[in-house]
Design a protein around this ligand. Structure first.
Ligand code: SF4
Length: 484
C-alpha cells in the first residue's frame, strides 16, 4: 500500500490525490486558530472544508484534531508524504519532520523552474506581471488561435450601474457546518478571539460546490467581467466577480479548467475577448506571478519602509469597526470585510490599501490584517499584493505602481461619493475627502521618494504652493489614524 498522503487545508481538491486507494491524513491543528484572531467566517470555512473532505474520502481519510501539527504526526506514528506546502513557515516545519517526503507543488500551471528561467532571463530591471503574462499565454497556449470576429469592447462601468445577472448557486449548510459552528462558539466562550461577524457559510467548502459556482460564473457573470472588473458599487458588492478566490486558495479548484472554460466561452461567442481576457489575466497572470514571486525571492519579500510607513494599524480598522467610519466608501468596504470576509480587488487596493498607504501604516501589519480578515487570505498572495502593489514597499524588485489615488478617482469608478458627507474634490476643510487630503499629504510627506513614479511626481509638481502644503500636512496630521 502506498504511503499516507497528508493534505493541508489548501490542498482539498481532487487534483491533490493520484491513487484512488491511497490513505489520507487531514489535521485540524488548533494552534492555527488560537495564535491570532482570524475572521470567524474564515475559521468556519477552513474547518468546514477539512471536515467535508474527510467525509468525502470516508474510510481512506484519518482526520486528527490536535493542538499542533507535530502532535498529529507523532500521534499517527507512520511516515507520510506531503505536497509542497503553500507557505514558507509550513515548508520550514515540514523540513524538520523525520521521514516526511515533500512532493513538488500543485495547483498552478507554471512550473517553478520554468518561471525561474524566465525571471533570470528578463531580470535586468524589475519583474513585470505583463511580461510574465505574455510569456505564460504563449507557454501554455492560452488564447492562442485567431479570435472569432467580434465587436464588443471593454468600457468602464458607469457609476451606479450594476450587472443584471442571477445570483450564484446557494450554499446549503449541513450537519458538518452545524458542528463547526458549535465548536467555534465553544472556542470563543473559552477565550479564542475572532474578528468579524459570523453568518451563513457563503463560500464553497467542497469541489462540487466550487465547480457549480465556476460554471454559473462562466455562463452568467463572465460576459460582464471586463466591463465591471474595476468598478465599485454600494448596491452590489459582487458585480461581475467570480468570488472563487477562496476556492482556488483552498485547492478546491485548479485554475487550468477555469481558464479553459473562460477560453471556450470566448470561442463559442458567449463572452467577448474583452470580458474573458481580464479574467484569464487574473488567474494565469496575477495569481501565477504572485505564487512564483513568493518563492523566487524567498525569503526576502517582507515589507521595507520605503514610503516612511511606520504607523501601527488603528484599532477601529484592525477590529473591522465599520460603524465608526463616516467616509461612505471605506464604511461600505470595511463592513463588507466584517460581514462577508471578502471585498473585490479594486476595493482592496483603492479603498483599504490606499487608505493605509496614505496614512503610513506599517506594511507588515497590513499584510497580517489582510491575511486574517479575508476568507482567501494567504501568505503568498498577501505578501506580494500588499507589500508590492498596495503599499509600494518592495523596493521595486517587482514593477508596481503605487496604488495611491484621491477621492476624485474613487468617484469616477464608483457610486460612493454621491451620498457621502465628504466632497471628493476638496482637499482642505471640514468637507475635505480623507482620500483627497490624504493623497496630497502622501505626496508632500514622501517628496523625492516618488520621483521614480512619473504619475505621482507630476501630481507633486502640480502642488508646489508651500502654504497649501503646510495646511494639508497639518490637517492630515490632525486627522491621524482616527476613523474618517
Ligand atoms: Fe470616499 Fe471621499 Fe468619495 Fe466620501 S467623498 S465616498 S470618503 S472618496
Amino acid at each position: 500500500m502506498s504511503r499516507r498522503r497528508w493534505l493541508l487545508a489548501d490542498q482539498l481538491g481532487p487534483h491533490f490525490l493520484d491513487d484512488p486507494d491511497q490513505p489520507v491524513l487531514l489535521v485540524e491543528a488548533h494552534e492555527l486558530f488560537r495564535r491570532r484572531p482570524l475572521h470567524r467566517q474564515k475559521a468556519h470555512l477552513i474547518l468546514s472544508a477539512l471536515r467535508h473532505r474527510a467525509a468525502e474520502l470516508g474510510d481512506r481519510a484519518l482526520l486528527l484534531r490536535t493542538g499542533t501539527f507535530r502532535e498529529a504526526l507523532e500521534k499517527l506514528g507512520e511516515p507520510v508524504e506531503l505536497i509542497h506546502p503553500p507557505s514558507r513557515s509550513a515548508l520550514a516545519f515540514a523540513r524538520t519532520v523525520d521521514g516526511l517526503t515533500i512532493l513538488p507543488p500543485r495547483g498552478f500551471l507554471t512550473d517553478r523552474a520554468d518561471f525561474a528561467t524566465w525571471a533570470d532571463r528578463v531580470r535586468r530591471g524589475p519583474l513585470r506581471m505583463t511580461d510574465f503574462y505574455r510569456w505564460a499565454l504563449r507557454h501554455h497556449r492560452v488564447l492562442a488561435d485567431p479570435p472569432p470576429a467580434e465587436t464588443a469592447s471593454r468600457r468602464r462601468s458607469p457609476a451606479a450601474d450594476t450587472p443584471d445577472v442571477p445570483p450564484p448557486p446557494a450554499i446549503v449548510e449541513d450537519d458538518i457546518d452545524a458542528e463547526v459552528r458549535r465548536d467555534l462558539d465553544r472556542w470563543a466562550a473559552e477565550g479564542v478571539r475572532f474578528v468579524g461577524r459570523d453568518g451563513p457559510r457563503r463560500y464553497p467548502a467542497t469541489h462540487a460546490e466550487a465547480d457549480a459556482r465556476l460554471r454559473h460564473f462562466v455562463r452568467h457573470r463572465l460576459p460582464e467581467y471586463g466591463r465591471y472588473a474595476d468598478a465599485m458599487s454600494i448596491e452590489d458588492p459582487v458585480l461581475a466577480h467570480s468570488v472563487l478566490s477562496s476556492s482556488f486558495n483552498l485547492g478546491l479548484l485548479h485554475p487550468e479548467p477555469a481558464i479553459r472554460a473562460a477560453e471556450r466561452a470566448w470561442r463559442d461567442g458567449s463572452a467577448s475577448r474583452a470580458a474573458v481576457e481580464p479574467f484569464i489575466r487574473q488567474l494565469l497572470g496575477w495569481r501565477e506571478f504572485l505564487w512564483q514571486l513568493y518563492w523566487y525571492f524567498e525569503p526576502r519579500f517582507r515589507g521595507v519602509g520605503w514610503l516612511a510607513a511606520t504607523e501601527p494599524l488603528p484599532e477601529w480598522f484592525d477590529q473591522l469597526d465599520a460603524d465608526a467610519v463616516e467616509a461612505r466608501c471605506l464604511a461600505d468596504v470595511l463592513s463588507g470585510v466584517r460581514d462577508r470576509a471578502w471585498a473585490h480587488h479594486t476595493q482592496r487596493l483603492l479603498v483599504l490599501g490606499n487608505y493605509g498607504l496614505q496614512r503610513g501604516w506599517r506594511p507588515a501589519e497590513l499584510v497580517d490584517w489582510f491575511q486574517r480578515s479575508f476568507v482567501d487570505g494567504t501568505d503568498w498572495v498577501m505578501n506580494a499584493t500588499v507589500i508590492g502593489m498596495s503599499q509600494y514597499a518592495d523596493l521595486a524588485r517587482v514593477d508596481t505602481r503605487a496604488y495611491a489615488v484621491d477621492g476624485r478617482h474613487i468617484d469616477e469608478i464608483s457610486d460612493y461619493c454621491a451620498g457621502c458627507r465628504y466632497d471628493p474634490t476638496r482637499v482642505l476643510g471640514d468637507l475635505a475627502c480623507p482620500y483627497t487630503g490624504g493623497f496630497e499629504a502622501l505626496l508632500h510627506r514622501n517628496g523625492e521618494r516618488l520621483i521614480g513614479d512619473p504619475r505621482l511626481a507630476a501630481e507633486l509638481a502640480d502642488r508646489d504652493d508651500p502654504e497649501r502644503r503646510e495646511a494639508v500636512l497639518a490637517q492630515e496630521e490632525k486627522r491621524g489614524s482616527t476613523a474618517p
